[in-house]
Design a protein around this ligand. Structure first.
Ligand SMILES: *Cc1c(COP(=O)(O)O)cnc(C)c1O
Length: 436
């Protein structure tokens, strides 16, 4: 049962209340497999819904442009201290409104319009903000693309080095939205050093895996590391930025600047990109950072990968190929290149049956981006509801069953039954922030 909450909302605005209730019901009776989603806990939700939404606090703790910020200062410092302890970084900024604004602030902090950056195209698993053409990042900066190998699905570091040496970018972005393997930050750092480029890791998708120690840690190797606080970290919809304090390219790129790297980053966020920080989101972030320091959270991070690997193995055993042959993270891509149906067909059929995911290009895809040959599946949300390897067998069974019904063209006929089975299965789990 979903927990009864929001008595004032229920009385004052039943239309909004109703939609929240429906969404909550959906989130605890379907399999949430969108790789970027999970469940925020009750404490995070309460902090985000708090009166800190009222307050203006332009500036940083101890140096605000508005009065009355003694508790805002304490709150922001608490979030920063917890975040720094969690990731072991030298500097942290918790003000970015989300992941994309965090990345925008990093560009504005360190580069000039027209500068060359290296990033992975969206069509190959990269993020919009890594220089994709429709994003500000591709319009204001020149993206030199690098991509996973079309056959193996893996990044080839010799290839990355060749591109970097030929193009001499000023910044290299590493971190993706649809890449199932470990990233070699040490190798990226060597290349960035050779060509004199800032190295920026974007860990929006994999921060919990890094905290759990099941994915390499980029913090020692990178000038800057950006992240979202939602996704698998299960905090508020917000972003944060970590950096070194010293600007190792001060002489090369910013000889007249009086700011170090930490100051450049802070100035990139406020006043360059943003006005007042979202203190209610920062409150939620402080809660999420506290929970992420617990042993329970580290177990969750490790279990996410175990679940993804178990699910992959089950699906392969059922004859469903996986792009790149497996996963080392929270996600993988089902590869439908040999099937008569597309990734979009599969995502829509799965959704009708209660398995919520998204269609996605796979390496070597020949279908257009609006159809694709893949479905991206992630296990962070299912893991935060307490699911384990043996549960992945059931999940794999339903996915395979739905795919068979796409071929026999009777998804609509079987969808209510499968949806019911999944809802029944979900009722055996506890969904953070929804059920108790
Ligand atoms: C999700 C994501 C972001 C940005 O997230 P928003 O909060 O949606 O702006 C940035 N980088 C990567 C790699 C992501 O996956």
């Amino acid at each position: 049962m979903t927990v009864e909450r929001y008595p004032h909302l229920k009385a004052e605005d039943p239309e909004v209340y109703e939609l929240i209730q429906k969404q909550a019901q959906m989130e605890c009776s379907t399999l949430k497999m969108i790789a970027s989603e999970s469940y925020a806990s009750f404490d995070v939700l309460e902090a985000c819904g708090s009166i800190f939404t009222n307050k203006y606090a332009e500036g940083y703790p101890g140096a605000r442009y508005y009065e009355g910020n003694e508790f805002a200062d304490a709150l922001e410092n608490l979030a920063i201290e917890r975040g720094k302890a969690l990731f072991g970084c030298e500097h942290m900024n918790v003000q970015p409104y989300s992941g994309s604004p965090a990345n925008a602030a990093v560009y504005r902090a360190l580069l000039s319009p027209g500068d060359k950056i290296m990033g992975v195209p969206v069509s190959d698993g990269g993020h919009l903000t890594h220089g994709w053409k429709v994003s500000f990042s591709g319009k204001d900066y020149l993206q030199i693309p690098y991509r996973p190998n079309q056959e193996t699905g893996r990044l080839d570091m010799a290839e990355v080095r060749k591109i970097a040496q030929a193009e001499q970018p000023k910044m290299i972005w590493v971190g993706m939205s649809a890449y199932p393997f470990k990233l070699d930050y040490a190798a990226f750092a060597e290349i960035a050093e050779e060509v004199g480029a800032y190295l920026v890791a974007d860990i929006a998708h994999i921060n919990a895996l890094i905290i759990a120690g099941v994915h390499p840690d980029p913090v020692p190797y990178c000038d800057v590391v950006t992240s979202t606080a939602h996704k698998m970290l299960r905090g508020p919809r917000a972003g944060f930025i970590m950096s070194k304090v010293e600007d190792r390219f001060h002489e090369k790129y910013h000889p007249t600047s009086k700011w170090n790297l930490a100051q450049l980053v802070d100035r990139g966020v406020f006043p360059t990109m943003q006005g007042g920080p979202h203190l209610h989101a920062i409150a939620g972030m402080a809660c999420a950072f506290k929970y992420a320091q617990t042993a329970e959270f580290k177990e969750y991070g490790a279990q996410i990968v175990k679940n993804a690997q178990a699910l992959c193995a089950e699906l392969e055993a059922l004859g469903r190929p996986i792009a790149g042959g497996g996963t080392e993270t929270h996600l993988f891509l089902l590869d439908f290149r040999k099937d008569e149906f597309t990734g979009k067909d599969a995502a829509q059929a799965l959704s009708k049956c209660g398995i919520i995911a998204n269609f996605n290009m796979v390496p070597g895809d020949t279908r257009p981006p609006a159809k694709t040959s893949g479905v991206r599946l992630g296990t962070a949300a299912l893991t935060s509801a307490g699911m384990k390897e043996e549960d992945m067998k059931k999940v794999a069974g339903w996915i395979d069953e739905v795919c068979k019904h796409i071929v026999s063209n009777d998804v609509d006929a079987v969808a209510p039954r499968i949806r019911g089975e999944i809802a029944e299965f979900c009722s055996g789990f506890k969904f953070p922030g929804i059920t108790e």
